[in-house]
Design a protein around this ligand. Structure first.
Ligand code: SF4
Ligand code: SF4
Length: 377
């Protein structure tokens, strides 16, 4: 290493992660991290590493999610749960303004000044946030509430070493290792009873925080172990998606009979869109007080699977389940690219796990492939 250059990765003993949480609190951040609630790993406020899901992992398949004990006490030894970080940056329900009957004056909701520090963000989730940035922050109709929360947030990513069976980020080039979009990056290492992390920074905020810790430079062996764990994680992913091929297949097949089969299976429950970290549809609802003196306008998440979402001038544009499923998949994997320059899917697998009838996007897409003599045999 050149005399003046700084090491790119340090070793953080597990016991020191609490110090990072404490420093973030001192800087005014509300720290959100993974924890075990209602038999799932979800994201909620944490003040102590004691709240992390030590020794738990998630076993996922189409329509199935279960927590199981690990044979070690890893804090981040799971993939992703039903929550994503979008619930903090783009809340499921948000009051926009209140209006008084007397004055007919609208009072906008005060800005949410919370500064979030997100602990345990996976690479696929960083990609999902970058996608939502294109819609809510960097596009022509920026949402100031999203932009403020997102720009003020601190991201501590954790490399994913335990992908679920439903994950396919490696084929989408969105994981399992985080490459950008974070302030600090951790890789959890548990070997011979030693529990520690590789830690590095990728922003001035991250470097400033790391500068307050006195950490030794990571050994070549520890770095190598981190790389090995990531390579092993990528190898474990058996589901795959060829994003470019998927796009072409969908654009070429709007009338394919498989849409009817999908429509017959799909319950239009909207689970897939609720758990998807990139889906961004919303609707507005007006609520009047019982006295009729005030009314409020609320924004809440909506889904292209609801009938109401396509209601225009007295009719529903997508009245069948098949039409709604086609809208979702074609937008997510094809026309999203035309709109935003990237696929709307980051391969997190949530829509597969949380679909009650186990519809699997990686499998369904193959049904649109032309039947060749080989596949027909
Ligand atoms: S479409 Fe499914 S796999 Fe892709 S980002 Fe959304 S929830 Fe994850
Ligand atoms: S694809 Fe599955 S999760 Fe999505 S709306 Fe249909 S039944 Fe629900």
């Amino acid at each position: 290493m050149n005399k003046k250059s700084k090491p790119s990765a340090y070793t953080l003993p597990a016991s020191q992660l609490q110090k990072i949480i404490d420093l973030l609190h001192e800087q005014g951040y509300t720290v959100i991290g993974p924890q075990r609630q209602d038999n799932a790993i979800i994201y909620d406020e944490i003040t102590s590493t004691d709240a992390l899901p030590a020794g738990w992992t998630d076993v996922q398949e189409g329509g199935t999610y279960q927590l199981q004990r690990r044979d070690d006490d890893a804090w981040f030894g799971y993939a992703v749960g039903p929550h994503s970080w979008k619930q903090f940056l783009f809340p499921a329900k948000k009051k926009l303004f209140t209006i008084e009957r007397e004055t007919f004056r609208a009072q906008a909701e005060p800005a949410d000044k919370t500064r979030y520090a997100f602990l345990g963000v996976r690479s696929c989730e960083l990609h999902a946030i970058a996608i939502q940035d294109k819609v809510f922050r960097d596009g022509p109709y920026a949402d100031p509430a999203y932009s403020r929360l997102r720009n003020n947030a601190f991201f501590i990513a954790v490399n994913c070493t335990e992908p679920a069976a439903t994950c396919f980020c490696s084929s989408m080039n969105t994981g399992p290792g985080a490459e950008s979009g974070y302030d600090l990056l951790l890789t959890e290492l548990i070997d011979s009873g030693q529990h520690e992390f590789l830690i590095s920074s990728a922003s001035a905020k991250g470097r400033a925080l790391l500068g307050k810790m006195e950490l030794p430079e990571a050994t070549p062996a520890a770095r190598e172990r981190g790389q090995e764990l990531l390579a092993r994680a990528a190898d474990k992913m058996h589901r795959r998606m060829d994003a470019e091929k998927a796009r072409k297949l969908l654009l070429a097949n709007p009338e394919h009979p498989h849409w009817q089969e999908l429509g017959a299976r799909c319950l239009s429950c909207a689970n897939c869109t609720m758990v998807c970290p990139t889906c961004f549809c919303s609707t507005v609802e007006d609520v009047t007080s019982l006295t009729g003196d005030t009314a409020e306008r609320w924004r809440r998440w909506d889904s292209c699977f609801t009938m109401g979402h396509s209601y225009i001038h007295g009719g529903h544009i997508r009245s069948s389940g098949a039409a709604r499923y086609r809208q979702w998949l074609t937008h997510k994997l094809a026309t999203w690219v035309d709109q935003f320059g990237v696929s709307g899917c980051v391969g997190c697998g949530r829509c597969i796990t949380w679909c009650p009838v186990a519809i699997d996007v990686t499998e369904e897409i193959t049904k649109f492939e032309p039947v060749t003599q080989e596949t027909a045999a």
